[in-house]
Design a protein around this ligand. Structure first.
Ligand code: PAF
Length: 280
């Protein structure tokens, strides 16, 4: 397995391979856990060659956020990927990707990028679409694999690919969870022991909300109860939204395919999760 830093070198290696082989791409910010490895397994299943990028993308962090503290574990990540027989790792430097950050061209999916997580993290999704579009142009894969844990991100990236006619298939992989249901995330390691013990309440409340909605309970009541339950467990809730799974607009009684999106803080850690189900 090769760890490549330079765009030109990656292109030179991939160019002759593209004619005969399919390429699956897994973009990551590193600090790889089982959730990322599930994306890699999927990539290996669907294509001949797997490329994984590791890049902590400054554009998707606001100045007040955890960019400088974000866990960087490149050597361990490379070992994990090499065990899985990944073909190529691309770990560029920020200066190569963004020689001048302020003047860099942005890719933006309007409206949806300002909703839900975008309301609380205004730089997030333009940063994500810009880096993913750039990486897509560098790697030019046939398919790219993303986790369903970042449900809004997945939706926005699918829209970007459709709108900008990238010839790339977006494949999603279900969220990988700890035994108690907590969705795996690199940010879970910020939790202290007490916080870690209650972190799974998000997963529990998603299921309680699903039961309530299946029994016909009004959405507003369901959201109010879930919010106060999480607050009693010391969460500070950014939002709990009941959405149409296909469009991510707020669901009304006509919508039957539902996804509940939650973002909440425990101390200094922001956790997100979601649950989709059918109301039929
Ligand atoms: O989901 C992530 O880890 C990041 O948002 C991504 C897609 C790698 C872009 O930096």
């Amino acid at each position: 397995m090769k760890d490549i830093k330079k765009i030109k070198e990656l292109r030179e290696i991939l160019k002759p391979l593209k004619h005969k082989h399919t390429i699956a791409f897994v973009p990551t910010m590193g600090n790889l856990h089982e959730g990322h490895l599930a994306l890699v397994h999927k990539a290996k299943e669907i294509a001949d060659i797997t490329v994984v990028s590791i890049f902590v993308n400054p554009l998707q962090f606001a100045p007040s956020e955890d960019f400088s503290n974000y866990p960087r574990t490149l050597q361990e990540d490379i070992k994990k990927l090499s065990k899985l027989n990944v073909d190529l790792v691309f770990s560029p430097s920020a200066i190569d990707l963004y020689p001048n950050l302020e003047e860099h061209t942005k890719v933006s999916v309007p409206i949806l990028s300002d909703e839900y997580c975008g309301r609380f993290r205004p730089s997030l999704f333009d940063g994500v679409t810009t880096i993913v579009a750039t990486l897509f142009n560098i790697v030019q894969p046939d398919s790219a694999v993303f986790g369903e844990k970042d449900f809004q991100q997945l939706h926005i990236l699918k829209k970007m690919v459709e709108d900008l006619a990238f010839p790339i298939q977006i494949i999603s992989v279900p969220t990988v969870r700890e035994q108690d249901g907590l969705a795996m995330s690199s940010r879970n390691q910020y939790l202290n022991a007490d916080e870690r013990n209650v972190a799974c309440e998000i997963y529990k409340i998603l299921h309680a909300m699903q039961d309530d909605l299946l029994q016909g309970r009004p959405q507003a009541e369901t959201i109010m109860d879930a919010t106060s339950h999480l607050q009693k467990k010391n969460f500070s809730v950014d939002y709990i939204s009941i959405c149409d799974k296909k469009t991510l607009v707020l669901a009304n009684t006509d919508h039957k395919e539902i996804v509940i999106l939650i973002a909440a803080w425990l101390g200094k850690t922001r956790l997100i999760d979601n649950l989709s189900f059918s109301l039929l």
